[in-house]
Ligand binder design. Structure first.
Ligand SMILES: O=C(O)COP(=O)(O)O
Ligand SMILES: [Mg+2]
Length: 227
């Protein structure tokens, strides 16, 4: 110890959560008391991380929709085309598949730059339709996200970090899946929790043995030790 605590970018699902997707309460005060900016970087639509920040008690500094939306210091940035993603999903449904969310689709209701499909749905035809429209499908381990290429958490974190007067390399990040790859690779030090997928583990500088929120808390211990 002795140096300063670095700004932190953290994924939600699979990283701050338990295996059942509920937030592990132990992480809340760790984030509230973090002695540098905290950016919540998620595949979820903007209201979810904004609410999380609000209830943790930190300013709303957020990457949402896998990089489609960035928010910091009263500035929102958008990268992506919800209508294009919607056309892909509409064609997918017309072809006889479904989004898998039921009649009230809270997963997509507030999305502005991409559309998500439940992982129980077949991936192949979704990828085929997305490719035909020049879009990508990212598997977060919690949903398939149809999105514009080139938009990712790393790209959006760069904008959010700049708004906070930091370079991306000053940040540490913790994540668990394919949608965290660019963020983990581009920050100063990227940590993958033990339950992370192979892509996230390969992109990270360090992989924790501990899983889910236990993995996040183990990463925090290392970050604070090295600060
Ligand atoms: O919403 C998802 O599919 C994943 O969310 P996450 O990026 O917070 O893990
Ligand atoms: Mg995740």
């Amino acid at each position: 110890m002795g140096g300063s605590v670095p700004p932190l970018a953290v994924d939600i699902d699979g990283t701050l959560s338990r295996a059942d997707s509920s937030i592990d309460g132990r992480v809340l005060d760790v984030l509230r008391e973090w002695d540098a900016p905290v950016v919540v970087a998620t595949g979820k639509a903007l209201p979810y991380p904004v609410a999380l920040c609000q209830y943790i008690g930190v300013p709303p500094r957020v990457v949402a929709e896998n990089g489609g939306v960035g928010l910091a210091e009263d500035e929102i940035t958008y990268h992506g085309d919800r209508e294009a993603a919607q056309r892909v999903v509409d064609e997918y449904v017309e072809a006889g598949y479904g989004t898998g969310w039921g009649r009230v689709d809270l997963v997509n209701k507030w999305r502005e730059t991409e559309v998500a499909v439940a992982r129980e749905q077949p991936l192949g035809p979704l990828e085929e339709l997305a490719a035909r429209h020049g879009l990508h499908v990212v598997d977060t381990g919690f949903a398939y996200h149809v999105k514009s290429p080139g938009m990712n958490k790393g790209r959006a974190l760069r904008d959010v970090a700049a708004a906070l007067d930091y370079g991306l390399s000053a940040f540490v990040a913790v994540g668990d899946s394919q949608n965290d790859v660019e963020m983990l690779a581009e920050v100063g030090t990227g940590y993958a929790v033990g339950n992370a997928d192979e892509a996230a583990k390969a992109a990270a500088d360090a992989v924790l043995d501990a899983e889910y929120a236990d993995g996040f808390l183990a990463a925090v211990e290392r970050i604070l030790d090295e600060a």
